[in-house]
Design a protein around this ligand. Structure first.
Ligand code: ADP
Ligand code: MG
Length: 567
């Protein structure tokens, strides 16, 4: 009995397959990257599992990926002797997409090829990208350590369903056979494949091998018939990238490795590669992506680094090594300071983890500081991840000042919604005698820009930061100082313009206040308990009146968030 059954793909998979095949046509060589990446991951996983039980190698501990092609049959085959999959794994991994937010993500797709290609790249197509070049895909796999009879064959034309059957499989690991579409026959070519393998897997530690046939030649240089010898030859460099000296690694290699680690299609914005010896011993290679993953704001979105201990892969998404506000950073951490049998639970208790986390946080912030020297690149970063970085001052008091230096705001300096002004720029432009950094918070940029509280500031030419992101008020409640200057909400408490005002102005204000005492009294009586106090103000130049909050009162935005949370 082969226990064969035909199952339908999850709706999301069907949608993804359709969209992908249409929109990634011009990018289709990436299927090879995805499949090699999976094979390398599978080898990493077996090596990790075998730490506890080396019987899982089944006598074959030389991990490797093999690629073969057959131009006549129009096929490309990838084979790995990694961890493999059992029947349940196959159904879950090659029949569904388990990530939360997938359905919402798919709804954003428009049918416009270029736009969708970008979005899908951001989502990560993985195994399903096989169907960009193949009209039929066969996967034969067996989980390492399982019975020979527990092999599984998965077969699909990518059209809504797949067939799954039990098979005998003497060899553990996974073999994938792609039957190439008519217009994708170019990939069943030795030269083409070799180039792609180098491009996509030089940085991967596991060797990727291809068959090479050598023919002996006679004295005249003519091939000797029948002398062909075919052997496996390793095509990639097969050294983990981060282990190599920085000076040896090209930008292209760094970028290719990023795509493997981050499951991203596009280039990273920047990276930072460090080897540290001493009290802590680790190598880290951290990247800032060029764009946000689709699930950045999902609670359970993948984040963290790929963790290795002494070059042995331990886990993906080790989130203990970076703070939440740097969750966009991707990369690798390889350390000697943890034991090989470390688990997620153990990570939570190990004091060394906190030390490495502080060190990586510093690396991450330094990397951003460096990036900030390139205004244009930094703006791309800020527009993508700024709202995440704004969580920083609240989460990480120790690095508050450093993070503050990386923030960017809209301000009355330009009066545009673009968040481009750093606090250092603001401080540099401060008026003589000005002691505070002024800001206003509102629900939208326009509301902030037209706030009546700004009138006096505009009149005096004092710059005010215009804040309107949801997180801004919370951010400002944690930012107390920058370069020794405190922050002041222009809509709260007494208006104090410091020494920007001269004595004569102050005196004039006091006189006005006196003259209007009876008016103030009448307004106070009219408003009754609705207000705490009524005062004559010089905040305004055009508007007749405005509402001011007491110094330590929760702001409107914060209050609304609390109310929404039922408090
Ligand atoms: P991702 O690699 O981002 O998880 P993929 O679509 O590429 O997504 O792969 C889905 C899952 O299928 C993998 O997470 C893995 O569990 C499984 N898988 C794919 N290829 C292999 C393989 N060669 N060996 C073992 N498992 C694999
Ligand atoms: Mg993958």
């Amino acid at each position: 009995t082969t226990h064969e059954e035909t199952l339908g793909f999850q709706t999301e998979v069907k949608q993804l397959l359709n969209l992908m095949i249409n929109s990634l046509y011009s990018n289709r060589e990436i299927f090879l990257r995805e499949l090699i990446s999976n094979a390398a991951d599978a080898c990493d996983k077996l090596r990790y599992a075998a730490l506890d039980n080396d019987g899982l190698y089944e006598g074959d501990s030389e991990l490797r990926v093999e690629i073969e092609h057959d131009a006549d049959a129009g096929t490309v085959t990838l084979r790995d002797n990694g961890i493999g999959m059992n029947r349940d794994d196959v159904i879950a991994n090659l029949g569904t997409i388990a990530r939360s937010g997938t359905a919402e993500f798919l709804q954003q797709l428009s049918g416009e090829q270029q736009k969708d290609a970008k979005l899908i790249g951001q989502f990560g197509v993985g195994f399903y990208s096989s169907f960009i070049v193949a009209d039929e895909v066969t996967v034969r796999t067996r989980k390492a350590g399982d019975d020979v009879a527990a092999g599984v064959e998965w077969r699909s034309k990518g059209e809504g369903e797949f067939t799954i059957a039990d098979i005998e499989s003497p060899q553990h690991g996974t073999e994938i056979v792609l039957k190439l579409k008519d217009d994708a026959q170019e990939f069943a070519d030795d030269f083409r494949l070799q180039n792609l393998v180098r491009k996509y897997s030089d940085h991967i530690e596991v060797p990727v091998r291809m068959l090479k046939t050598e023919t002996a030649k006679d004295d005249d240089g003519n091939p000797i018939e029948g002398s062909e010898v075919t052997t496996w030859e390793t095509v990639n460099e097969a050294t983990a990238l981060w282990v190599r000296p920085k000076s040896d690694i090209s930008d292209d290699e760094y970028k290719a490795f990023y795509k493997h680690v981050a499951h991203d299609f596009s280039d990273p914005l920047t990276w930072s590669h460090n080897k540290v010896e001493g009290k802590l011993e680790y190598t880290s290679l951290l990247y800032v992506p060029g764009r946000a993953p689709f699930d950045m704001f999902e609670r359970d979105g993948a984040r963290g680094v790929k963790l290795y201990v002494q070059r042995v892969f331990i886990m993906d998404d080790a989130e203990q090594f970076l703070p939440l506000y740097l969750r966009f950073i991707k990369g690798v951490l390889d350390t000697r300071d943890l034991s090989l049998n470390v688990s997620r639970e153990l990570l939570q208790q190990d004091p060394k983890v906190d030390k490495i986390k502080s060190a990586l946080t510093k690396r991450g912030l330094d990397m951003l500081k460096k990036l900030a020297k390139d205004t244009e690149q930094y703006q791309t970063f800020w527009n993508t991840f700024g709202s995440v970085l704004k969580e920083g001052p609240g989460e990480d008091a120790a690095n508050r000042e450093k993070i503050a230096g990386l923030l960017r705001f809209a301000s009355t300096h330009t009066d545009t919604a673009a968040q481009e002004q750093g606090l250092a720029d603001y401080v540099e432009r401060m008026k003589e005698g000005q002691q505070k950094i002024y800001y206003v918070v509102a629900d939208s940029f326009n509301a902030a820009k037209h706030s009546p509280h700004l009138e006096i500031f505009r009149k005096k030419g004092i710059e005010v930061l215009l804040l309107s992101d949801r997180i801004d008020e919370w951010l400002m409640s944690h930012l107390t100082e920058f370069e020794g200057k405190s922050f002041a909400d222009v809509a709260k408490g007494e208006l104090d313009l410091g020494d920007v005002e001269d004595e004569a102005e102050k005196k004039e204000q006091e006189e006005t206040a006196k003259a209007k005492e009876s008016l103030v009294k009448r307004v106070k009586e009219a408003l009754g308990d609705g207000v705490q106090d009524v005062k004559v103000t010089h905040r305004l130049t055009d508007s007749p009146a405005c509402v001011v909050l007491p110094e330590h009162e929760m702001g409107y935005q914060m209050r609304r968030i609390m109310e929404a949370a039922g408090q």
